[in-house]
Design a protein around this ligand. Structure first.
Ligand code: 2AM
Length: 476
């Protein structure tokens, strides 16, 4: 019998996805450029289900029932194109090619359109949850045609994570929609982690708490509104002792954060869409700064800090303040992220259901959190919500926390602890709610030096002032 679905590219993500499919009762054709990986999978995990290994791509394609469903899990970029180019001549009309890697959504749009011309379906699908998720249930974000999703749905929803019996998998939208949403998920993950790191840093500096004590704070936070996978594992990292020195593990980790690029892509895309995603941008920049060894070495111990390095604060009160700052800043980051998804959805005609995105992120993925239920509910109440921040529930949450948030940003500035995420989020909040912004001055300057014109609050039209002449106003 022929296999129901195939996986080519059997590094850890591909291998785990193939095993997940097989464990759920689907027969899985296997292929990898280097055959040793295929052999190793069958040898180690062959008993988990029905695997159909092939040594070459033609054999792999032959081993699949039609219309074929093929998942590609190779490196993003040129390797993905290479595999697609090799695969396409072997396929028949109606076959479905799924790229489950972290492709850039513009690449996915290009590939989808090229394959469509050949009568093939191309599905760019986000898969989140790392190795663990791929094996035991990821959050799955497939793009592509509705027909291809209909064919894949029974398998994808079965192998995805489930929350309250509901699969963390939904058809996101046409062509690049799935990969765009996966990219945004990663951008939000960057922001989330940066905010958690700032909370840790502030608590440690201001209160002199040990990492073990800080682990308890995060454990406690994980029982409330902040409950999430990332808060849970923060407690785990902070409570770990170093096997070599016996001291806190956090203190022996080099403080230079690396990145693979999806955070940067998110910010680049948001810049193109004109959506301020300051939470994610600050997170990407903070990682870059941490890795900028040359400038950090030149400045550390050289550039002066504030005279006041300590604050006189009540311990529990400050912990609560930081919790509010974290929650409010996180909300801003998510609001910005959903704004970017909406903007891309409008730009590319994807018609993405924002509430459904929050829903499929509740399980399987790295940003899974209780909070996502609240986002889903907010979009259920109003699918056209202009910003998550103006939803009644979130408005109330920030109203309760904003004074604390302000105290925390002020405290960070006072003692000289960097808090770019908290501060940028607060500035965004204040910018959003301002009745009048200094953008008026910017327009005045632009008109003065470049005759770029301005609009008036009291009349329609574009105007220009004769700055170097009689200062009369003309309509443009
Ligand atoms: P390999 O085992 O032969 O290296 C992650 O690197 C996965 O992508 C691996 O399964 C790897 O195959 C595969 N891969 C990377 N580049 C590839 C290419 N150009 N063609 C096919 N597979 C590729």
């Amino acid at each position: 019998a022929k296999a129901q679905i195939g996986v080519t590219g059997l590094a850890v993500m591909g291998r785990n996805l193939a095993r997940n499919l097989a464990r759920n009762g689907f027969s899985v054709a296997l292929h990898n450029r280097t055959q040793a990986r295929t052999d190793a999978l069958v040898e180690e995990f062959g008993s988990e289900g029905d695997f159909v290994p092939s040594t070459d791509l033609a054999g792999f394609v032959e081993s699949l029932e039609q219309p074929r469903k093929i998942i590609i899990l190779v490196k993003a970029g040129a390797p993905t194109d290479a595999v697609i180019d090799e695969l396409v001549p072997l396929l028949d009309e109606g076959d479905i090619v799924v790229d489950a890697g972290n492709a850039h959504f513009l690449d996915t749009r290009r590939r989808e359109s090229a394959l469509k011309e050949k009568g093939l379906h191309f599905v760019g699908s986000g898969v989140s949850g790392g190795e663990e998720g791929a094996l035991n249930g990821p959050s799955i974000m497939p793009g592509g045609s509705p027909e291809s999703y209909a064919a894949l749905e029974p398998m994808l929803t079965k192998i995805s994570a489930h929350v309250n019996g509901e699969p963390c998998c939904v058809h996101v939208g046409p062509d690049g929609a799935g990969h765009f949403v996966k990219m945004l998920h990663n951008g939000i993950e960057y922001a989330d982690m940066q905010l958690i790191a700032e909370a840790y840093d502030l608590l440690r500096h201001v209160l002199d708490l040990s990492p073990a004590e800080l682990a308890d704070v995060f454990r406690d936070w994980n029982t409330g509104d902040l409950e999430s996978f990332l808060i849970e594992i923060t407690a785990e990292v902070l409570s770990q002792t170093d096997p070599t020195t016996g001291g806190p593990f956090i203190d022996i980790i080099l403080d230079q954060a690396e990145q693979k690029g999806t955070g940067r892509w998110t910010v680049q895309s948001a810049l193109d869409l004109g959506i301020p995603v300051s939470g994610m941008a600050e997170a990407v920049f903070a990682r870059s700064l941490s890795g900028d060894v040359v400038r950090r070495e030149a400045a550390a111990g050289v550039l002066p800090g504030p005279a006041q390095a300590k604050l006189d604060v009540d311990r529990q009160a400050f912990i609560d303040d930081v919790r509010h700052a974290l929650y409010s800043s996180k909300l801003v980051a998510y609001a910005q992220g959903f704004d970017a998804i909406r903007a891309a959805s409008d730009e590319y005609g994807w018609d993405i259901d924002l509430g459904a995105m929050a829903k499929i992120w509740r399980g399987g993925c790295i940003i899974r959190a209780r909070f996502l239920d609240r986002i889903k509910e907010a979009y259920d109440r109003n699918p056209d919500l202009p910003s998550l921040l103006v939803d009644d529930y979130f408005k109330e949450a920030v109203a309760n926390g904003q004074e604390a948030w302000r105290r925390v940003v002020a405290a960070a500035a006072t003692v000289g602890v960097p808090a770019p995420g908290f501060s940028a989020a607060l500035s965004y909040y204040d910018g959003l709610r301002a009745e009048r912004l200094p953008a008026a001055l910017i327009q005045g300057l632009r008109d003065l030096f470049g005759a770029h014109t301005y609009k008036r609050v009291d009349r329609e039209g574009s105007f220009h002032l004769e700055w170097s002449g009689d200062r009369s106003e003309s309509t443009q």
